[in-house]
Write a protein that binds this ligand. Sequence first.
Ligand code: ARG
Length: 594
Amino acid sequence: MQDVFRQHFVKKLAGFSGKSEEEINRTISRPPDAAMGEYASSAPFLTLTAISNQNKDKLLGLSEAYESASAQKNPKQIAEELSSKFQQDEFISSVEAVGGYVNARINRHKVIEISLQAAFAEKEKYGSSSTGNGKTVVLDFSSPNIAKPFGIGHLRSTVIGAALKRIYDSLGYKTVGINFLGDWGTQFGKLAVAFQKWGDEAKMGDGPVEYLNELYVKYHEESEKNPALEQEARAWFLRLEQGNKEERRLWEHFKELSLKEFSRIYDLLGVSFDSYAGESFFNDKMGPVIDELARLGLTKESQGALIVDLEPYGMTPCLLKKADGATLYATRDITAAMWRYNEYGFDKLVYVVGSDQKLHFRQFFKVLELAGKNWAKNCYHVNFGLIRFKGEKMSTRRGKIVMLEDVLDRAIELTREIVKDREMSADKKEVIAKAVGIGAVIFNDLKNKRAKDVDFDWQTVLNYDSETKSFKGETGPYLQYTHTRLSSLLRNYDAVIDGKADFGLLKEDLEFQISRELYRFPQVIEDAAEQFEPSLISNYLIDLASKFSRYWHDVRIIGSDNELTKARILLAFAAKTVMANGLNLLGIAPLEEM
Ligand code: ARG
């Protein structure tokens, strides 16, 4: 849905200032305080040339115009001048100069009418668009390492990546979600040696990855005492790289066990992938890439290793091959990026990976650029901060790593406890416990700007107040609860809601404010995609929910005036629609009851 208010304002302002609509569009922001209006334009800061345009009519020279403009006018004055040219119309109710900005307020009734009608007409499609049609976005996310526990750190990549994928999907892009599994590297030699020496298939039980990780830890302890183990491990991995059947079989076994465990987590989170082409997939594809880089004169030898010198760009070298011929993480990433470009012809290639790998991405993006891949500029490292655990310690049985599955199980368990006395079937309670527990963990991750570190504190993740028996604060359950309240309010009004109402009856300030939020929803999705920032949607939903809860408190939605009730019910319907669509984008289930 196009923002007609914005377009109208831009068009007018373009006419008054002599700038193009495109230029004006770039000057638009939201005023810091909603009371100041809906849009602010910094056009006055650009208008010096506009003034020269006006003056052209008077056949004034450009430099002369510039001089007279800068001598006489400052952005504040220009803002006042431009503002005074506006007249109230169908879309804009008033325009005001504030500092160097031109601020516009929009026509309240028009916003209410357009947003409620659009949400009713488009329902689960409201907010989506076709701006991305014909374009492809490849997202590399989650990407855990085989035979290593799926840590809480991989949760962030999974949750942010999956949200971005849904966001791009909703804008009409073709998306490809890739799980770039860490399934290759010398560590597999170590694991195999450990497994053959001390491992016991029968002991794996239902947590094989945990078991393998213990073996891996043991290997490191033992190899300190017995360096010969290193030799063995390297030899084993070499045989694997050469395609030896026996080794291949064991490696595949490890991989299968890991994938089984990972997929339990993906099922809980409701996440899936279009491709599992991990590091091992690129094994036989690196040779030609290294050759290409060498042919371009980008590589050089350094102490037996093959590198790309990045000193001119202020970075340490990018390592392509070790002295013993083994390839590295960067070699596989460079190869994978090229392969993906050939395979998908992407418009954007997005890597959702922690901030600790910043240098790695800067390095290999640079190598791609130096290799003349002009699509390198369309590669993005969508980085994120750490998760830190607060309060209660997770079980230390599994070492220092907090296992994601434990966290999810715990969240579900806590919610089970909360709903256990509700009067509903056991099945229903279980569905709710899952949806709310998982929703809480997902929201906790997506509520902050991704680059920020996340505190994981059970107290705030669920935020259940056992006294008032309600979910509070800025949490997933609070949003789900808002959605269920709207659902139960609307339950008896199905027949009444037909998208029509006397919008003029909605005179409350909150009715305008809520409608304006609803109107803004499509733009919020676009911004979230553009900035790779799902938190824009989570914060938006919190705003919407808190506005609606104030509305509930201040205003009687169901009253004796049928026409007014009908209009308010439509407002609630639109709010529920947006709440559901937004939650779905984040990967949180909108519930009908809880
Ligand atoms: N497996 C890596 C890790 O756990 C993350 C991989 C991210 N994706 C990539 N293309 N490098 O650290």
